[in-house]
Design a protein around this ligand. Structure first.
Ligand SMILES: Nc1ncnc2c1ncn2[C@@H]1O[C@H](COP(=O)(O)OP(=O)(O)O)[C@@H](O)[C@H]1O
Ligand code: SF4
Ligand SMILES: [Mg+2]
Length: 432
């Protein structure tokens, strides 16, 4: 099990309101058509502290911004707002301001271990050359000293006896052995922090625990601090001291691993925990998260970005025009196959595409009476559907249809609640 650092350990890396937004330029055709360029909010306002000596898990589904956050810590993704501060032995400095010597220092102090060890290793270098490469290019060792340090490191990661592995090429090694070589290359320069991005997800089940155990042993031996990025909660539970749950570029819950697993608060954390595959290997089928896919990070939902999937969303959670589409589609999939009914209802609703521009008000169809009757039927099918709490008013629109006005959206921010920080309107700040 991981060692538990003092809660008051000083931060080694700190992000404050960190944003990494990517401007996507459309192709020539979209420019010709005057389409706006889109912004992908890969990381969208993250406040995190990585404490010296801990393993901090960053957990979330694909596309939630985990890799971008990890890369930003190494200065490999552009900070578009907010900051990342690195507290190194030379004092504190903001990563995006670093140049020259400070940047070189960061690149030795903070190392990344990638998901695919095959792609991370140069196929034309022997393992000895690959692990020695960073020492060589930083001019930190040469000749016998270089060989000695490389061999020592290979032994540390379990690629021993060293003579068996030093002259091998990546293609001669198994996945687990390659990842050991990647870890050796990351620790050879004596870093402070390792950002491990899904380091075992591409390895065989049988070697995953061994690689994670190796990382824990190295952490103790070398006094390292880890960021462990994963979509796999089971490994985070085993490996991490604290866990930050990410959803669409935001941290939605962060706290001690035990607390998060024993008493998850955010509905997304609860859903993720519910989706952990059964421990019985015969039944290892991950259950789906409720209500659909992770939305597009270029056009995130209004209010709380989890609201379209949240089973307990409330009136202020950010209901909007786009939420009508899944509501209608669910209704039509559940309607028992009468094509004439479907065609008639489809005609009452009109243009579905008009719902796709995010808006807190929307006009549906052209006949208020018919639209109201349809909405009443849908509501009767599932009166507990949270969507209905979001509708503040449904009234006749002068154009003939039904104008829906949704409640003012609230954008929940992290607040301290019972030992964790959670971003959900259901949790208020603990009294001081
Ligand atoms: N260089 C980039 N340019 C544009 N979009 C990017 C870039 N890198 C990541 N993204 C987008 O940012 C979001 C988060 O990606 P990523 O950090 O890789 O998430 P994760 O590691 O959690 O799967 C995704 O929507 C992804 O497509
Ligand atoms: S704020 Fe909380 S209750 Fe509302 S949608 Fe988000 S997670 Fe669900
Ligand atoms: Mg990733």
């Amino acid at each position: 099990m991981p060692t538990r650092p003092e809660t008051a350990s000083p931060a080694v890396v700190e992000t404050a309101g960190l944003e990494v937004h990517y401007q996507l330029q459309g192709g020539a055709l979209s420019r010709l058509l005057g389409l706006r360029s889109r912004t992908v909010k890969a990381v969208d306002g993250v406040d995190l502290q990585l404490r010296r000596g801990e393993v901090l898990g960053v957990v979330g589904e694909s596309g939630s911004g985990k890799t971008t956050l990890g890369r930003a810590m190494l200065g490999l993704a552009p900070t578009t707002a907010g900051s990342i501060t690195y507290h190194g032995s030379d004092g504190a400095a903001v990563v995006s301001d670093m140049k020259g010597k400070a940047l070189r220092r960061l690149r030795t102090d903070v190392q990344m271990v990638f998901q695919d060890p095959g792609a991370a290793l140069n196929p034309t270098m022997t393992i000895e050359q690959a692990v020695g490469h960073p020492l060589k290019i930083h001019g930190l060792a040469s000749g016998e000293e270089l060989t000695r340090r490389v061999h020592e490191t290979l032994e540390k990661v379990g690629l021993a006896p060293v003579e068996r592995f030093a002259d091998k090429y990546p293609r001669d090694l198994s996945g687990g052995q390659k990842q050991r070589a990647v870890i050796a290359r990351a620790i050879v320069m004596g870093p402070e922090v390792l950002v491990a991005d899904e380091p075992v997800s591409m390895l065989d089940m049988s070697v995953r625990a061994k690689i994670l155990q190796l990382m824990l042993d190295l952490k103790d031996e070398l006094g390292l601090t880890y960021v462990y990025i994963t979509h796999d909660l089971a490994s985070a539970k085993y490996f991490c001291d604290r866990v930050a749950i990410m959803y669409l570029g935001r941290v939605v819950e962060v706290g001690p691993t035990e607390e998060i697993f024993a008493n998850p608060k955010h509905p997304y954390t609860k859903a993720l925990l519910g989706a952990i595959p059964d421990v019985d290997p015969e039944r290892q089928v991950a259950r789906d998260l409720p209500r659909g896919e992770i939305p597009d990070a270029a056009l995130p939902p209004l209010g709380c970005s989890f609201h379209p999937r949240c089973p307990v969303a409330r009136e202020e959670c950010g209901w909007e025009s786009r939420d009508l589409r899944p509501l209608l589609e669910t209704h039509w999939t559940h309607t028992d196959g009468d094509a004439a009914d479907f065609e008639a209802e489809r005609a009452v609703v009109g243009d579905l595409d008009s719902f796709d521009t995010p808006s807190s008000t929307v006009t549906v169809g052209r006949d208020h009476e018919q639209v109201s009757a349809l909405l009443d039927r849908i509501r009767a099918e599932d009166p507990d559907e949270p969507f209905w709490t979001g509708v503040a008013r449904a009234e006749a629109d002068p154009s003939g249809g039904t104008r829906l006005t949704f409640h003012e959206p609230v954008d929940p921010r992290l607040r301290r609640s019972g030992g964790v920080d959670v971003a959900c309107v259901r949790y208020g700040e603990d009294p001081q």
